[in-house]
Ligand binder design. Structure first.
Ligand code: FAD
Length: 545
């Protein structure tokens, strides 16, 4: 009882006696300072985005104690990361690396296997090792956030010269976001495509540098991502094959001017023709950035007001209420809002913007919004900052839609085609309706594909609501896969299911991943289960969910 009042009894990894685990931690304390090895014995606090926990997912969809760390360790160098990995192999303790742990919507800071030791790289490995204004590149450690890189460019007087690319929220880690193949909203929005060179600690403790980083004395690591021989960087993204301790990233030259624009379109049925208009413009880079096409329900939610302010009934919020409320904003009585940005000096922008304007106006009722009439705290200006590489956190506001607001994402990819957009939209709307959940679709348009990002907002203190959200997600994943659509990224809880949908040729890709896993990580200690990949020590024991 005494223990319960002050602290939690920490979980320990399955199959390890508690005493043996504590003894192992003592040995680790001799390698790192004792203060850099913390047992997770305090009550689990969720905090908020800027003060998030590193022990669990602050937006958990399961019980909080399900995906939870037994301890957290804080290395300060690549050598210390190697020591931790060797220690994990010696005691067969699962470890789970995070850069900053702000992977909200996809599992936050939580490990997939309960009782793993979280390796929090970001707290002490947070140096910007190089910024090269000639090549427009940088080299960073895991703890460098989008905000930190932006601030450093400002401090060095380089911000007018070169831009970063940021996701909707700027507090995440550049490495963490990139290895999870996250996206931002300038022309450099495909972060993985924009990285160049990794330093990786392998699951057996060796360290490698990829691409040109393998050539001693080279000065090309951050400008030529391939080097010589097999291009192995890919196996260190969305995997559990290594711990990335350094990464090169390319930066965007200041384009010499920029201008955000926004169009709204009246009807849900405008989606297909609009997407077909967007495709050639995007592939030709007339639409230059990873822009967003958002549904009016999400536009209402990003006001930051809770759903209860508009509707107190059950089931999805009625469309007439959404439209009536949205009419008070710039979205008016329309359904879709497209947020984009044009880059370059005014005369170059004018040409592109005129073309876009003519194309978008082919949709009857299309409206161009005049930004000069929008108040400063309007969401439009957040999109404006982000598309100009200025980190922001305005996007967090729609999480307030539910009390104790949390969210989890459904993120399928498709070509930029009206028929695909309609299929996915209808699938999502139907299944959300079945589970009485509000539907927030946003299409993020990459170069030749689009990610449909659907965020389910739920009350993390309401088990029934969480179950509905998860059931809804699982059904969407399966039905989308039946129609040929797969997720670009997913939450920890869905990783086995999503990996299972990539099943061509009797699951040949999964078998290949398992072979790599067993070769690189014979003890299976590194992030078991991440992205549906389990080492042989875990397979066949029912860990999958
Ligand atoms: P981490 O949590 O540190 O890492 C993510 C995962 O990658 C970890 O769980 C771990 O498994 C693995 N990993 C991390 N570091 C390493 C390493 N060094 N070596 C090996 N594996 C590692 N995301 C987007 O991409 N684009 C968006 O526009 C976007 N918008 C969002 C909006 C809202 C309102 C919210 C709440 C979230 C949004 N996200 C978005 C999701 C998420 O917040 C970001 O992707 C965030 O950058 C991820 O967190 P992180 O950078 O701290 O990564």
């Amino acid at each position: 009882k005494h223990l319960k009042e002050r602290q939690r009894l920490p979980v320990v990894p399955l199959g390890i006696e508690r005493e043996d685990f504590y003894n192992a931690l003592e040995e680790l304390k001799e390698k790192l300072d004792a203060e850099h090895v913390e047992v997770n014995d305090k009550p689990l606090r969720d905090g908020w985005y800027m003060e998030h926990p590193n022990t669990h997912d602050m937006m958990t969809i399961l019980d909080e104690e399900e995906f939870v760390a037994s301890a957290v360790v804080y290395p300060s160098t690549t050598e210390e990361v190697q020591e931790i990995v060797k220690w994990a192999n010696k005691f067969l303790i699962p470890i789970f690396p995070i850069s900053m742990g702000r992977n909200l919507g996809y599992g936050g800071a939580a490990p997939r296997v309960r009782g793993s030791v979280t390796v929090d790289l970001g707290k002490r490995m947070n140096k910007i090792l190089n910024i090269n204004p000639e090549d427009y590149t940088c080299l960073v450690e895991p703890g460098v956030s989008f905000y930190a890189l932006y601030d450093e460019l400002e401090k060095k007087g380089l911000r007018d010269y070169m831009w970063i690319d940021t996701p909707d929220l700027g507090g995440g880690s550049i490495i963490g976001n990139t290895v999870d193949r996250g996206v931002g909203y300038t022309p450099y929005g495909d972060h993985w495509a924009c990285h160049s060179g990794l330093e990786v600690v392998l699951p057996t403790g060796e360290v490698i540098r990829t691409a040109m980083g393998a050539l001693p004395g080279n000065n090309t690591w951050q400008v030529f991502p391939y080097g010589f021989g097999p291009y192995c960087d890919g196996i260190f993204s969305q995997s559990n094959f290594g711990i990335v301790t350094k990464m090169g990233m390319t930066l965007m030259p200041n384009p010499g001017g920029y201008e955000s624009f926004m169009y709204t379109f009246p009807n849900e049925q405008d989606l297909a023709p609009l997407i077909d208009i967007i495709r050639p413009l995007r592939i030709a880079s007339m639409l230059e950035n990873v822009a967003q096409l958002r549904h009016v329900t999400q536009s209402l939610a990003v006001s930051g007001l809770p759903r209860s302010k508009f509707f107190s009934g059950t089931g999805p919020i009625p469309e007439d209420i959404v439209h009536a409320e949205a009419s008070k904003s710039y979205v008016g009585d329309h359904t879709w809002a497209y947020y984009g940005m044009s880059y370059g000096p005014a005369h170059i922008r004018a040409h592109k913007l005129a073309l876009i304007d003519a194309e978008f106006h082919k949709i009857p009722g299309c409206r161009k919004i005049d930004p000069s009439k929008l108040p400063e705290d309007e969401y439009f200006w957040s999109r404006d900052r982000i598309a100009a590489g200025i980190p922001d956190i305005h996007e967090l506001r729609w999480v307030n839609w539910a009390p104790n607001g949390s969210h989890i994402a459904f993120s399928p990819v498709s070509p930029i085609r009206g028929t695909d957009a309609t299929q996915l939209f209808e699938l999502g709307k139907k299944i959300h309706g079945k589970y009485d959940i509000d539907f927030f679709p946003a299409f993020c348009v990459g170069l030749r594909e689009m990610h449909l990002i659907v965020e389910i907002v739920f009350d993390r203190d309401d088990p029934a609501e969480k179950k509905r959200a998860l059931d809804c997600l699982r059904e969407m994943v399966d039905e989308a896969a039946d129609k040929g659509y797969g997720e670009y990224r997913t939450h920890l809880v869905l990783m086995d299911q999503v990996a299972g949908t990539y099943s061509w040729n009797d699951g040949a890709l999964a078998k290949f991943n398992e072979r790599l896993k067993d070769a690189l990580d014979p003890n299976g200690i590194l992030a078991p289960g991440r992205c549906g990949i389990w080492g042989k020590r875990y397979r066949g024991f029912g860990w999958e969910m």
